[in-house]
Design a protein around this ligand. Structure first.
Ligand SMILES: [Fe+2]
Ligand SMILES: [Fe+2]
Length: 164
């Protein structure tokens, strides 16, 4: 179906739906990366963010409800592409180095999610939908926090690997 958006609200609702698809795909990616990860520390980091991601999906569904809409999913290809790229590199990397690929793939997704929520927060603030802004900000903060954790884990691993 051809869609043509004429108001900021229509565009925002479509992009909110793309965020739902992004989160579904992020959850699938986190599960696959957790299986691929070798260390308990990396597995636990990914598991913790899976739980946060499940909550993020519920928060996005709640945002739709606050707007008086049924939650709907819009197409979103980016996370699927990042997952494909991550899986391909995991498949051709020795197990001793896989965690660095896993952390890098997860970090890519977190940065994309962060950018998505930054834009959604800007639009929601301009539209004056305060409850929705709060939900989106919570998701944004979780993505930023996860990025920081992934960054630290990647740095620690790279230092240990280089010293070995
Ligand atoms: Fe997320
Ligand atoms: Fe995330």
């Amino acid at each position: 179906m051809f869609e043509h958006f004429k108001t900021p609200r229509e565009l925002f609702e479509y992009q909110l739906g793309a965020a739902l698809t992004m989160e579904d795909d992020s959850l699938a990616m986190l599960r696959e990366l957790e299986v691929a990860a070798q260390s308990v520390e990396v597995k636990q980091l990914l598991l913790h963010h899976q739980q946060e991601t499940e909550q993020q999906i519920r928060s996005l569904e709640q945002a739709f409800q606050l707007l008086g809409k049924e939650p709907s999913r819009s197409p979103s290809a980016t996370t699927k592409g990042l997952m494909k790229e991550g899986n391909a590199l995991v498949a051709k990397t020795d197990k001793s180095l896989v965690d660095s690929v896993v952390l890098s793939a997860a970090l890519s997704t977190e940065h994309y999610e962060t950018a998505s929520y930054e834009s959604l927060c800007i639009a929601a603030e301009a539209l004056g939908v305060a409850g929705v802004v709060d939900l989106l900000k919570q998701n944004l903060q979780q993505e930023q926090h996860t990025s920081d954790e992934l960054n630290q884990a990647a740095r620690k691993l790279a230092t240990a690997t280089a010293a070995a």
